[in-house]
Design a binder for this molecule. Structure first.
Ligand code: DP6
Length: 341
């Protein structure tokens, strides 16, 4: 007597970064952000959710290890899905008895969680999607994914995605939409360079909180984000890689400048990250227009964007400069992807 659902969710990489909340509880951002969702074959979270009248208690496993269910974000995600399920009940319907049954959650990533490769985003997107199927919930589930981890709301869609910050206090207008589907720019490629798989850095939740409190630069950044978003939207729609690359790199640099402006400062980038940045600029300088772009999240690992035709050249250069790197240094060549079960 067990009912279960298994789902996969892809990772998304922010081109215009989300950094700072206007509401910590509802996870509402101070700025809108734009991302690209990757194909889920190589990097994905997989979650199975099951309910049964025979389960004695709610339980959860992450990558094979049992986790505590006493996590405020996890609980808020589960209760919101159940609330929507109750709301859907039409007069005369039997109350969904599954809502009373205990829940088991089993989640795993096919990439090292420790590498900080947007695992929480894929993980929460996946959990919310799986729960929505299990309880038969429809509607904008990206708002519920947001309650797990802000960036997770963007992984609910494939292709190029915008998370509009919204202005309403209750977060009703803070929602995601697709700018272009994954089929729009099939020549785009993403290489992930795993500089370190350690998780010694400040978690993004805490990092952005300290930045909001202490960084003047963050507040200045907020003024410029809307214009940058308009520009990158245009670059995506026109498949203008040169502009796409410039805006992406500038926004990544600005995020890390804000981190350094945070007090005490946060530095996510290592010497290798800086070396990769220099290398990318050197490659671009040798070409009439940008060939590669980097982007870094709250960690030292690089996401490199390029077009399919330039992948062999970039790989040659990387192998030349990093001849003895770990075989996992380059984690696959990814394409924009979609979200499906
Ligand atoms: C640098 O979504 O992990 O990756 O909402 O507190 O869970 P919480 O933060 P999270 O922050 C992501 C920060 C980022 C930029 C981005 O993905 O936009």
């Amino acid at each position: 007597d067990v009912e279960w659902v298994t789902c996969d969710s892809p990772v998304n990489i922010a081109l215009i970064k989300y950094w700072g909340k206007r509401d910590e509880k509802l996870i509402l951002p101070l700025n809108s952000s734009v991302s690209v969702t990757l194909n889920q074959e190589e990097l994905r979270a997989r979650t199975t959710v099951a309910v049964s009248r025979n389960f004695k208690e709610d339980k959860m496993w992450l990558n094979g290890r049992e986790q505590s269910m006493k996590n405020a974000r996890l609980q808020s995600v589960i209760s919101q899905i159940k609330r929507l399920c109750r709301k859907r009940k039409i007069d005369g319907d039997q109350p969904n008895e599954k809502l009373q049954w205990k829940l088991h959650i089993c989640s795993e990533n096919n990439f090292p969680t420790a590498a900080g490769l947007a695992s929480s985003a894929a993980g929460y997107a996946c959990l919310v999607y799986a729960l929505s199927k299990l309880y038969g919930v429809e509607g904008d589930i990206s708002k519920i994914a947001r309650l797990g981890s802000g960036s997770a709301c963007r992984s609910i869609h494939g292709g190029f995605v915008i998370w509009n910050k919204g202005d309403a206090e209750d977060g009703e207008d803070s929602s995601t939409e697709q700018i272009a589907p994954e089929t729009h720019w099939p020549e785009l490629r993403v290489l992930i360079l795993v500089v370190s798989d350690q998780t010694k850095h400040t978690a993004s939740t805490v990092g952005m909180q300290t930045s909001v409190e202490t960084s003047d630069l963050l507040h200045q950044r907020l003024q410029g984000v809307p214009k940058r978003i308009e520009r990158i939207k245009k670059a995506i729609l026109r498949k203008d890689f040169h502009s796409f690359a410039e805006i992406t790199m500038k926004d990544s640099n600005q995020l890390h400048a804000v981190c350094l402006d945070t007090y005490p400062p946060i530095s996510y980038l290592t010497d290798t990250s800086h070396h990769i940045m220099q290398l990318v600029h050197a490659i671009n300088q040798d070409n009439s227009s940008n060939m590669v772009a980097y982007s870094f999240d709250a960690g030292p690992n690089a996401f490199l964007f390029m077009q399919e035709k330039d992948v062999p050249t970039v790989l040659d250069i990387l192998h030349y400069f990093y001849p003895n790197s770990d075989p996992h240094f380059i984690r696959g060549i990814h394409v924009p992807g979609k979200h499906d079960t």
